[in-house]
Design a binder for this molecule. Structure first.
Ligand SMILES: O=C(O)C1=C[C@@H](OP(=O)(O)O)[C@@H](O)[C@H](O)C1
Ligand SMILES: C=C(OP(=O)(O)O)C(=O)O
Length: 431
């Protein structure tokens, strides 16, 4: 679907917005709720394509899941109650669904086949299959990709050093560890988002995290107990408006009830370092930090990001590139090679698409060098999301900075994480 983009926002963004539920937490609520005993009530579930793929996959594994809008009830079947699926499980565009389910299904007493769309079928799966094999799992990929067959079987506990900084790989091993007799120890490369750990602890799993967050120990768990899960607003969705409000003069917005988990809030620090005006009003709800974020427009200064800072801002890096392309100097982003294996090669897509607007963005193997002092000059009015939701939404914001009509090709990709994105953007632009 092509979309004509709104351009040249004269008055900035105004008003208050509650963004949709967190994608990572919504996926996990369905998965953990399915394995639990009893009814898990999920409030503010993210009803985007990725999370609905997770929901449907668990229905196909025999779990009754009732949904009305963003209210979901998962009738948990217990650790051993999932049923062999009759057909291949459709992972659609979702890396999180695929990788977490590989770990979860590896210890079940049946075989499952996982398939996905073209983008997902290009993404690396050995990063999960290989460490799971150390636990005795048997996952047959197609040369390291989907389609994959998970031959469920008895697993054994192991001590595993992760080779990539990935919450998806870590979570797959945690799900496997819950099903393996003994204690599985997982050593992270860098601390990554810890929603699996937090939610599993709340459901009663035998799981501990070291004080430096680098080591997770998970014991075999016979029963998880159903809970009520209040999903906070997704920081990665709020991020789009935080960035636009910063660069659009005259803006003043408040985003309410946003998840502020320390492993996800890297953008807040980056905005402040770049000169942004950000106020956070924080509380803790059900073990996760949440709060309201007020953002006003500001002049932007360049930034230098390195590998240690990347996990807490991984999905927001296309937006950091956009901010940097309007800052008053040269920014560098290093240690972000993971961007090359997301829904698209996000380093190449950002360089190419922002390049169409004349932004001075140079791709590096592991990031970017961006000179924000170069004036933009549109040389191609047709932008392309490349089917990647985060690239599509970032370009929707970039268009606000030019004064020529632009078209966004494959704009419907935003439905993967934020179906109402363009409506919410218009609401803040018109307030
Ligand atoms: O665990 C998760 O929910 C996610 C982990 C990250 O991926 P990696 O684990 O591949 O870094 C992130 O990019 C993705 O959007 C969601
Ligand atoms: C990388 C992402 O998701 P996933 O890996 O679940 O497809 C994302 O949402 O930016």
């Amino acid at each position: 679907m092509d979309k004509q983009l709104q351009i040249n926002a004269q008055h900035g963004l105004h008003g208050q917005l509650s963004v949709p539920g967190d994608k990572s937490i919504s996926h996990r609520a369905i998965m953990i709720g399915s394995l639990a005993t009893g009814e898990t009530h999920v409030h503010h579930f993210l009803t985007s394509a990725d999370c609905l793929a997770t929901l449907q996959a668990f229905k196909n594994l025999g779990v009754q899941i009732d949904r009305q809008g963003d209210e979901v009830v998962v009738h948990g079947v217990g650790m051993h109650g999932l049923k062999r699926p009759e057909h291949a499980l459709q992972m659609a565009n979702s890396g999180t669904t695929t990788r977490l389910m590989m770990g979860l299904l590896a210890g079940q007493a049946f075989e499952s086949r996982l398939i996905g769309d073209d983008s997902l079928s290009k993404r690396p799966m050995r990063r999960v299959a290989d460490p799971l094999a150390e636990m005795g799992a048997s996952i047959e990929t197609t040369e390291g990709h989907l389609p994959a067959v998970v031959h469920g079987q008895t697993l054994k506990a192991a001590d595993i050093q992760l080779k990539v900084a990935s919450a998806q790989v870590k979570s797959a091993l945690i799900f496997a560890g819950l099903q393996a007799p003994g204690h599985t120890v997982i050593h992270e490369l860098l601390p990554t988002r810890d929603h699996s750990e937090n939610m599993l602890k709340a459901f009663g799993a035998d799981l501990t995290v070291s004080s430096d967050k680098m080591t997770i120990t998970v014991g075999q768990t016979d029963q998880l107990n159903a809970q009520t899960v209040q999903v906070p607003g997704d920081m990665s969705s709020a991020a789009f408006f935080m960035v636009a409000a910063t660069f659009l003069k005259g803006s003043d917005i408040t985003l309410t009830n946003v998840g502020l988990n320390p492993s996800r809030r890297g953008l807040l620090d980056v905005l402040v370092q770049m000169g942004g005006h950000v106020e956070v009003n924080e509380t803790v709800s059900a073990g996760e930090a949440v709060g309201d974020i007020r953002v006003q427009s500001a002049d932007l200064h360049p930034i230098a990001l390195t590998a240690e800072q990347i996990p807490a801002i991984i999905d927001e890096l296309p937006l950091v590139a956009l901010l940097a392309a309007k800052a008053d100097g040269i920014s560098t982003i290093h240690g972000a090679e993971e961007l090359r294996v997301k829904e698209t090669d996000r380093i190449a897509c950002v360089e190419r698409e922002l390049g169409k607007l004349g932004a001075n963005v140079k791709a590096l193997p592991d990031g970017f060098v961006i000179d924000g002092r170069t004036p933009w000059q549109v040389n191609d009015t047709v932008l392309d999301s490349h089917g990647d939701h985060r690239i599509g939404m970032m370009l929707g914001l970039a268009a606000l900075l030019v004064d020529q009509p632009l078209t966004l090709h494959r704009a419907d990709a935003v439905g993967v994480s934020y179906p109402e994105f363009f409506d919410d953007l218009n609401t803040l632009l018109e307030a």
